[in-house]
Ligand binder design. Structure first.
Ligand SMILES: Cc1cc2nc3c(=O)[nH]c(=O)nc-3n(C[C@H](O)[C@H](O)[C@H](O)COP(=O)(O)OP(=O)(O)OC[C@H]3O[C@@H](n4cnc5c(N)ncnc54)[C@H](O)[C@@H]3O)c2cc1C
Length: 396
């Protein structure tokens, strides 16, 4: 049975882009899907062999220009990778996904040429990885006011504090630390970003334990205890670190929306397959029941709508026209719709939906991160509501 997602996607993207998507789907089908269950049951992070296979395929350098050794793709390629890999596993997709959309992107948007020359070729090859160091134990949604501090010392800066929820931390070579530099400034102009090597003797990392989502993804907690950063480590302008972070998140939210839709697409295919095979009551397929049809159709509509909207936003992003509000809205809606429909999809499949091998329970679990990650949906609504009430000043 062909994927419903592919039928909707093909007319929305150029032929060569669709070919890339199909190659990524083939890779995920052959190299990822057969191993997922054993990785999950062993509770292991993404094995080195699989990460290397993704690097060999060029997935880490997907959005890096060819002059720096990358594939020369754009946001569309990133979203297509999210759909292809996320169909099986968010935690596999987020590894190259976060590396590109949160690690490489700030460098591309705000880095100096010498910083790009120094890092992009290795980042593109998957030999290095940057972590996006925004969230902290005491600061999530209120990201404009980090508790990590950077204070001036002769020749540079000294950084202190903690970061958490750092995706890819285990494999990272550097972390982009968002730190408070001038608390007396107006909101949004108080912080600065620094590129800090993970092997700095004053930086320590541990994997966050007890995480029951995105099982193959590394999620680290970082402690900075007097890390010395030279002036040249600054990414972007002094006191404009929040701008570096929020402009990066526009693209990241499109990637998260692609993961949400990938889950919906997987669930739709699983359910329509099951609804045709499973027979009850006079040996009839359960797809004959109207309530089952209702759910399938709701999923199908949500997938077509979400995908059309996401590809439209992605094209706007590439043209430099996508507002923060629009990026937030498509992430909110795709993750909300997929999250609402997943439990109904499981209900259609009855008891087998509880089995890990059936796959739905993984998507149900991982979709929660799409609602909370890269800006919690509740908090993002305050941002997205801004243009509706221009007379109210001071909304996020
Ligand atoms: C698996 C995973 C990976 C992640 N990876 C990264 C990463 O690589 N780098 C990184 O920096 N961060 C990362 N994050 C962190 C993520 O971005 C934060 O979890 C998110 O920004 C929310 O912050 P918080 O969890 O501290 O929630 P809080 O800010 O404490 O908010 C808790 C809840 O309060 C409500 N709320 C808060 N503020 C508002 C508001 N203004 N309006 C309405 N309601 C509000 C919402 O319901 C929200 O969910 C990751 C998170 C997870 C779970």
């Amino acid at each position: 049975m062909s994927r419903r997602l592919d039928a909707y996607l093909e007319p929305l993207v150029a032929a060569e882009r669709f070919m890339f998507y199909q190659a990524a789907c083939d890779f995920a089908h052959q190299e990822i899907a057969p191993h997922l269950l054993s990785w999950e049951r062993q509770r292991c992070l993404l094995p080195e062999k699989a990460r290397q296979a993704m690097a060999d395929l060029g997935l880490f350098g997907l959005t890096v220009a060819e002059e720096y050794g990358g594939q020369g793709g754009l946001q569309t390629e990133l979203v297509l990778m999210g759909l292809a890999l996320g169909y099986h596993s968010h935690s596999v997709a987020i590894t190259p996904g976060a590396a590109a959309s949160l690690g490489i992107k700030p460098l591309q948007l705000c880095g100096r040429e010498d910083q790009k020359q120094a890092h992009l070729p290795d980042l593109a090859a998957g030999r290095r990885m940057f972590v996006f160091g925004l969230s902290e134990p005491g600061r999530g949604s209120d990201a404009a006011n980090p508790q990590v501090t950077a204070t001036r010392v002769p020749g540079g800066w000294r950084l202190n504090g903690e970061k958490c929820w750092s995706t890819n931390a285990k494999w990272a070579s550097h972390v982009i630390v968002h730190a408070m530099t001038r608390p007396q400034n107006p909101p949004g102009h108080r912080s600065t970003c620094f590129i800090v090597p993970m092997d700095d003797p004053n930086l320590s990392y541990h994997e966050m334990g007890g995480k029951e989502v995105w099982l193959q993804s590394s999620t680290g907690a970082l402690a900075l205890d007097g890390v010395e950063a030279p002036e040249s480590a600054m990414l972007g302008e002094e006191d404009e670190g929040f701008r570096v972070m929020v402009t990066t998140l526009n693209g990241g939210r499109l990637f998260i929306a692609s993961l949400a839709l990938a889950s919906l697409a997987f669930a739709l295919d699983a359910c329509r397959g099951y609804a045709q095979e499973r027979r009850q009551f006079a040996d009839q397929p359960i797809g004959r029941f109207q309530r089952v049809q209702d759910v399938l159709l709701d999923m199908d509509i949500a997938l077509e709508q979400g995908l059309t909207w996401l590809m439209h936003c992605t094209a706007q992003y590439e043209a430099g026209h996508l507002s923060r509000e629009s990026a937030a809205k498509v992430k909110i809606e795709c993750s909300r719709r997929a999250s609402e429909l997943l439990p109904l999809a499981m209900e259609i499949c009855g008891g087998v939906a509880c089995l890990d091998e059936f796959g739905l329970i993984r998507h149900q679990r991982d979709l929660f991160v799409c609602r909370v990650g890269e800006g919690s949906n509740f908090a993002l609504k305050t941002l997205a509501a801004r243009p509706l009430m221009p007379d109210i000043q001071g909304l996020l």
